[in-house]
Design a protein around this ligand. Sequence first.
Ligand SMILES: Cc1cc2nc3c(=O)[nH]c(=O)nc-3n(C[C@H](O)[C@H](O)[C@H](O)COP(=O)(O)O)c2cc1C
Length: 708
Amino acid sequence: MNPPDGSAWEAPVLAEDRAADMETLRDLRADPGIEVVDRLDDQVKELRTVLPSPSRDLLEEAPNWVHYPWRRTVVRVLGPRSFRRLRFDRNRNKLTVQEQDRLREQTVGVVGLSVGSAVAQALALDGLCGTLRLADFDVIEVSNLNRVPGSVVDIGVNKAVTAARRLAELDPYLELCVWPDGVQVDTAAAFVDGLDVLVDECDSFDTKIGLRIEAAKRGVPVVMATSDRGLIDVERFDRNPAAPFHGLFEELRPEHLATLTSREKIPYALRLLGADRLSPRMGASLLEVDRSLTTWPQLGSEVMLGGAAVAAAVRRIGLDMPLRAGRAGMDIDDLLDGLVRPPGPATQPDRAAADSPPEDPVDRVLHAAGRAPSGGNSQPWSITAGSDGLTIAFAADFVPTAIDIRSRGTYVALGAALQNARIAAAAHGILGPVTLAEGDPGRTGKPFATMEFDDGADPVLAAQYDRMLTRGTNRRPCDGSPLSERELEALQVSAGQEGGEIRVVAGTENLAAIAGILAESDRIRYLTGELRREMVAELRWSASGGLESGIDVDALGLDDVERTLLDVALRNDVLDQLEEWDLGQGLGRITGERILRSAAVIAVTAPGPDPADYLRAGMVTESVWICAHGLGLAVQPTSPVFLYAEDDGDLVRLCAPRLQAIRRLRSELERVLGSKPGERHAILLRVGHGTPEPIRSARRSDRVRRSS
Ligand SMILES: Cc1cc2nc3c(=O)[nH]c(=O)nc-3n(C[C@H](O)[C@H](O)[C@H](O)COP(=O)(O)O)c2cc1C
């Protein structure tokens, strides 16, 4: 209840659906001395812009009027739930809605509203409690206006009342309770009772001790900021019984401390602050108290820092996050002394011109094979050419990644390498028969494929040589135009030439469905530890050199904004946080958008489950890719994480926690592709028009060689 003496701090909320309240409002409106502020429309308009869109009941919540007697004003505001949703919207997701709800259950008490006013302000801004108890017996004086955010209008008004008024104006739904007589040793118990956290910013030592004794009895944690070198103290009486002030004082009798003068408090303050860690100016000022200074100094800016530090501690306590008992300093001056220049923009290396093929025909065949595409540009092959022919096997150090289930993506790459070798051999008149190993030679070191050198001719293959050399992965966005009939037919023919089959999916609706599936698959890849690690390991930052394998980030076809966001999107701590929230829809956005602007997605069918089936599909893939490239189309494989999974066992190994989600994505993809039951796909290629030439990726020199 507001006292009649002008120290009002309560702001009554008048409900539009309560007749008595509306009568009060009518009386207030009839008073010419009362200002009426009604900007509800703006608030509703703003509420509608919040993401995700607020529920209907929130939008339809009845508004209220709030009467601020000390301002002689009534203001119309959103109802409590919609007001909170909007006011704390920009706190998300530094604080999620669930965390905000949890924190609103807290009751926090602040004693001493000089430094405490900054604390109370920070707590209210962040929404760290639903109820605030504010205690101070003192009134605002001009000499307080260096650190207390009051005004000359408040001179002579109680500090707790001043703080409460400001907070009530900030949030009419915050429960406030003012103790204008402050807290003394004999009232400490009543003040601490029912608190979740006590913030001590008073400066009488007897009260400090009294409050801690009561807090310890009730298991209430105590937080205190001391505005010199950003010192903060946390006492976890809620966790362990402990002596007040971390046991810094052996014998503490509140009665003795009650009558201390500013000067007599100094030994206690010094013990508390630590004589050796005081700032030089604070140390020197202490020696001047009662001589050239009335009391020790405090800067408003340092008080604000203390408010922020206490708020951070209260947040941790409220959310049960790790917070030990102890003290820490946040010395801004120390930090400013240590300023360093941020790293400048990375210098771009001179990109090597496209490597020119060697002269000798056999070397040309080897060079062509080595230019084949492979997942993550891992070049998982060992390709050897003698005078009679060429063999393709696994590289000795090859280890398949988690999404490369049963090395199927690797077989596709080996098949593409074989196809390139055939094209070069045909172009140089040394084409011979090809043999694919039956069964699975696995890691025996035996070749998966061999090609003899002979004098065979194949003009269709030979004609692809130049296009094969300039083929590349083009990850830039396309212009959204569809494939022409001629292009579609050419792509089908290129698959058929190698005895393969493709499914071409086009049209806005189908592409939107694939975009959604692949975007979600990418999100899962980012959020799943092992899959993420492998994805990040594929990337190379050109400025740091070492570009012989892996994917150069410059080849990702990102615009400036996407490129900058990538640096954040690849941080493990950031992704772990998104995983915890199960958010991160933005992580698949690039993939989704690229698919939407493509002309089509082509699925290359694998004729069976064996290595040779995927090798054959790899040859078909390369044939289709080269054809598309020759048509001026951009080509990018976009592999969903589950592409090579055969059954649930594979999916569980891939990402057990998201089994249902991947299963659903897989069947959704099969539906959009129109796959027959049991049909397997070796790769998905998105193709489209309207991009500049792809950026050429480098190759290792040790993966292809001539045998002596
Ligand atoms: C089986 C396979 C899967 C691939 N998956 C992807 C993919 O998911 N995303 C992508 O951007 N590129 C993918 N690629 C393309 C490779 O990253 C690319 O071929 C490699 O970096 C070499 O670059 P280049 O094709 O420009 O020569 C894949 C390639 C193969 C053979």
